[in-house]
Design a protein around this ligand. Structure first.
Ligand code: GDP
Ligand code: IMO
Ligand code: MG
Length: 427
């Protein structure tokens, strides 16, 4: 039985949490390995909907262990909110939630810088979630960050926070005319938060190593999507972490040999939230229809998601940089009422035909999608539970997508609920 990485293959919000929740049925441990509370991961079980920002979606299964790895940037306030929310809904994370003691902590300076920078950038703004993700990762790499383990010991925390405060408060005054944040207050607040999360804080790599040795099955739950990856995406309109499958190893603290399947989650169409190029974006009624039917509003910020047709050059890029072994195609049902569906097979750019979305931003802006039209199926698929239940045209559409990117379909999702899942070839 495989250890799987489940990653987004477009611009995020592909339905990763739905897929992780479903695949968790045959796993033991679920690990988030990057990103932070910029993620919004929705799971629907029975009539209850949960939106997780930090806690892995697998927590919905009472007998599974969930881990927040070192590659995540952790907002302890948000983490505790999610823990409380779970408890009020009758789900206890006690004894089965672990937080890496070497994950970095998002502090008040980070969300403040995030917002100030975006305001100042005006039209050039990235459209971030304002959750302090970029500034926290910057401090990590700049070696002035605070780690989760530091919250448990004032002797560790105080000098680090004071050093960080100096850098950011000077930056606030010099660049933004913004008031300083009081380091003593932050130290007091975060020691208190540290006391609350202490029962969950561990050396998680040691734990994961032992689980792997014992033959336990792991799922690594990605956040964001490949085209938001800081190296592989539409830089600088990206997030500040590596979202690709390879980072699961770094961000969980396990060796790459622990991973043997890479499931790329793709919507049956495409969405993007935030700014930056999006070649198949539809600025017309069809785009509005996809948004309405697909309920395409951000799970973290509530913003409208930009919508467009399926974009093969985007997904091919995901195949190339992640080594996808399976596709999990979600939200097929959203296309049920379209009599014609378009698929972008390639781009035309500067007289060339491109298979993959290019790395240079200006070139992406010049890419013109080449479309192939498909007849819709005009039938409700939300009740389909097997490949054979699907309408013929839906099967043709799915097969075409799989052939276009040369990866087999592992599963198809036809609704937000756990049972609205069709296993196709998920060995
Ligand atoms: P994630 O960030 O990749 O986990 O995705 P989000 O939770 O941000 O967005 C996906 C949305 O689509 C959520 O509201 C899910 O409940 C919903 N969803 C997931 N799979 C399906 C599906 O197959 N059909 C429909 N209609 N909704 C789905
Ligand atoms: P999930 O895990 C979609 C986008 C933001 C912005 C860019 C940078 O739910 O798929 P950041 O706050 O990360 O610095 O913002 O990345 N973004 C996401 N878009 N889904 C997400 O997460 C996202 N997380 C960040 O909208 O364009
Ligand atoms: Mg999301």
């Amino acid at each position: 039985m495989a250890n799987r990485v489940v990653i987004g293959s477009q611009w995020g919000d592909e339905g990763k949490a739905k897929v992780v929740d479903f695949l968790t049925l045959s796993a033991d441990v679920i690990v988030r390995f990057q990103g932070g509370a910029n993620a919004g991961h929705t799971v629907k079980v029975a009539d209850q909907e949960f939106i997780f920002h930090l806690i892995p979606a697998g927590i919905m299964h009472h007998d599974k262990v969930c881990v927040i790895g070192n590659g995540v940037v952790l907002d302890p306030i948000q983490t505790l909110k999610e823990i409380d929310d779970l408890r009020t809904k009758g789900i206890s994370p006690d004894g089965r939630l672990m937080i890496a003691n070497n994950a970095h902590v998002v502090l008040p300076w980070h969300s403040a810088v995030d917002k100030l920078k975006e305001e100042k950038a005006g039209k050039a703004a990235i459209g971030t979630t304002g959750r302090g993700i970029g500034p926290c990762y910057s401090d990590k790499v700049n070696r002035i960050g605070v780690r989760v383990g530091d919250l448990l010991d004032e002797k560790e925390l105080r000098p680090r926070v004071e050093a960080m405060a100096k850098v950011h408060n000077e930056e606030f005054a010099a660049l933004y005319g913004a008031p300083a944040i009081d380091a003593d207050q932050v130290i007091a607040d975060y020691l208190e938060l540290g006391r609350k999360i202490a029962p969950y804080v561990k050396d998680v790599s040691e734990f994961l190593y032992a689980e792997l040795k014992a033959g336990k099955r792991l799922i690594f739950e990605g956040a964001q999507g490949t085209i938001l990856d800081v190296d592989q995406g539409t830089y600088p309109f990206v997030t500040s972490s590596n979202t690709v499958a390879g980072y699961a190893s770094c961000g969980a603290g396990v060796g790459p040999t622990a991973i043997n399947q890479v499931v790329g989650v793709v919507k049956a169409y495409t969405t993007r939230v935030g700014n930056g190029p999006f070649p198949t974006e539809l600025h017309c009624e069809t785009g509005d229809c996809l948004r309405k039917i697909g309920n395409e509003y951000g799970a973290t910020t509530g913003r409208n998601r930009r919508c467009g047709w399926f974009d093969a050059p985007v997904v091919r890029k995901a195949v190339v940089v992640n080594g996808l072994t399976h596709l999990a195609i979600t939200k097929l049902d959203v296309l049920d009422s379209f009599d014609e569906i378009q698929v972008c097979t390639h781009y035309e750019c500067d007289g060339e035909i491109l298979d993959l979305i290019p790395n240079q931003l200006s070139k992406v802006g010049r890419c013109k999608p080449i479309y192939k039209a498909f007849p819709g199926w005009m039938q409700d698929t939300t009740g389909c539970r097997s490949w054979d239940d699907l309408p013929e045209n839906a099967k043709r559409y799915l097969k075409f997508l799989s052939e276009l990117v040369d990866v087999k379909i592992g599963m198809v999702s036809v609704g937000a609920s756990r049972e609205q899942s069709i296993i196709v070839d998920m060995d």
